[in-house]
Design a protein around this ligand. Structure first.
Ligand SMILES: O=c1nc[nH]c2c1ncn2[C@H]1C[C@H](O)[C@@H](COP(=O)(O)OP(=O)(O)OP(=O)(O)O)O1
Ligand SMILES: [Mg+2]
Length: 205
């Protein structure tokens, strides 16, 4: 079976990926199993950061690697926190710290102006210097609530209202979130690229 490293230290993401890849014929191994520490996310876009993380994990493991860089872009904050979502309330911020900061920043923003999008970029490299990585992006539209609700998910899920389901993302069943989320959609796009690439592997490596 194909073995790939999942270049993430986020337990919430890892749990979602384990479900999203459960039907794939690949063995997806979290980078912690190779004692790989987080890469420094110095890029200016989700795509750049996903590539940095994937190349870092591939270099240190000697295996192909997949990385996810994601975050929340809020309309009323001109796209903030965006690529800085994990560091919004500081470099050691918890999800709770970040959520509290977001609520404070939006305290005076009316409901009609609280639109936001989750973004996800996935980058896959066959080796650390792969010149033709597989890259996909996806977005998920929602609205920022006035208080946290729900126990599921991670990150900003308790503040992200999903119109189509009528609940916060943190209240969605795992399989529902995975079907409609930025990450779930990105994995679906990745599946198509992967199948195409694996069919002509010789031309790509
Ligand atoms: O489905 C999601 N539901 C809620 N929040 C989410 C989601 N997806 C991303 N997020 C938030 C969490 C974190 O504040 C930031 C990701 O930051 P990001 O650098 O990609 O991940 P991370 O530092 O937590 O782990 P790692 O870089 O090791 O993958 O966006
Ligand atoms: Mg990160």
């Amino acid at each position: 079976m194909n073995k790939i490293v999942l270049a993430s230290g986020n337990a919430g993401k890892l749990q979602e990926f384990s479900q999203l890849f459960s039907s794939w014929q690949i063995d997806v191994i979290p980078q912690s199993q190779f004692a790989i520490a987080d890469a420094e996310e110095t890029g200016l876009s989700f795509i750049e950061n996903a590539l940095i993380k994937a190349r870092h994990a591939s270099r240190l493991s000697g295996l192909p690697a997949l990385a996810d860089d994601s975050g929340l872009a809020v309309d009323a904050l001109q796209g903030a926190p965006g690529i800085y979502s994990a560091r919004y309330a500081g470099s050691h911020a918890t999800d709770g710290d970040n959520n509290r900061k977001l609520l404070a920043e939006l305290a005076d923003t009316p409901d009609a102006s609280r639109g936001a999008s989750f973004h996800c970029a996935l980058a896959f490299v066959r080796r650390h210097d792969d010149p033709v990585p597989l890259v996909v992006t996806a977005q998920w539209r929602g609205r920022i609530l006035r208080e946290a609700v729900g126990e599921g998910g991670f990150g900003y899920d308790p503040l992200f209202y999903v119109e189509s389901e009528g609940v916060a993302s943190a209240q969605l069943a795992r399989e529902v979130k995975n079907r409609i989320s930025h990450r779930g959609q990105a994995v679906e796009s990745f599946r198509a690229l992967w199948q195409e690439a694996m069919g002509s592997e010789a031309a790509l490596v």
